[in-house]
Design a protein around this ligand. Structure first.
Ligand code: SAH
Length: 254
């Protein structure tokens, strides 16, 4: 018997954002592994076993799923959004690299999903319409001085910045500190977008400026987009504004 491991992106929450490929892979799996709230999004299916775990246990979860697949089962590991963006796909690869040889012989498939920054961007226009980068503000897996250096470099280089994991109970000050740093590099009027729980019933999307942005506006379910110097807001009568970054960058003097 040959086992299989499928790493599946569920998208940001709205079931319409689940790809048909992901839905098929979920239906075919004998066992599902993932963070509890993500597993709760998957419709129950008779005979399928669920192994929920805490969101800090990615390494142990990946290893458990690999062990199970190596026993011959068709196992799925789920992530919110895309599994390759600050999520389980890398955790699985880490375990395969350091684990037993049998894990390298497994059939491993990665099924992409719509990542949070794309879902948030689509709500308000085209903020990622020109060069951008994605940064996790979590300093659980890297020291804060690396985060700070990357923020400085990205803002200076003119990237729009999508900030994942802006804040949590265990990391209360980092996002406020990041906003302060960014204010040293970017004009006060730089557009900032807070997209919370996009694709879920409690979705909230706010557009503000770097001067007005307040760390208290973000929580664990929020993705923040920091504009570049090029990012613009189009006011519209009777409709919400559009935020976009033009495709052509202004000439920068050398
Ligand atoms: N793999 C996920 C990201 C996991 S990191 C993806 O591709 O989207 C978790 C962070 O993602 C959260 O702190 C938040 O910044 C962002 N996020 C996840 N789902 C979101 C949603 N529905 N709306 C807004 N942000 C979301």
């Amino acid at each position: 018997m040959t086992g299989k491991l499928v790493v599946i992106g569920l998208g940001p929450g709205d079931p319409r954002y689940l790809t048909p490929e992901a839905a098929d892979a979920l239906a075919a799996a004998e066992a599902l592994y993932g963070y509890g709230p993500y597993l709760d999004r998957v419709p129950p299916r008779a005979g399928q076993i669920r192994h929920p775990s805490d969101n800090r246990e990615e390494g142990a979860r990946a290893a458990a799923a690999l062990r199970h697949a190596a026993e011959g089962a068709n196992v799925a590991v789920v992530s919110g959004g895309d599994p390759g963006v600050f999520a389980m796909a890398a955790a699985i690869c880490e375990q395969i690299e350091s684990g037993p040889d049998a894990w390298r012989a497994l059939d491993v498939v990665f099924v992409p999903g719509i990542t949070a920054m794309l879902a948030v961007a689509a709500r308000i226009g085209a903020p990622l319409g020109h060069d951008f980068c994605a940064l996790s503000l979590s300093d659980n897996l890297k020291p804060w001085n690396i985060v700070a250096r990357r923020l400085d470099a990205a803002a200076d280089a003119g990237f729009v910045i999508a900030l994942y994991n802006p804040i949590s109970r265990a990391r209360p000050w980092q996002f406020g500190n990041a906003l302060e740093r960014l204010r040293r590099h970017l004009p006060e009027i730089t557009p900032v977008v807070f997209g919370r729980a996009v694709g879920r019933p409690d979705e909230r999307v706010n557009i503000t400026t770097l001067a007005e942005a307040d760390a208290a506006q973000a929580d664990m379910a929020t993705l923040v987009i920091i504009g570049s110097r090029e990012t613009r807001v189009i006011a519209r009568p009777g409709r919400p504004p559009l935020v976009y970054t033009p495709r052509a960058a202004a000439k920068v003097s050398a």
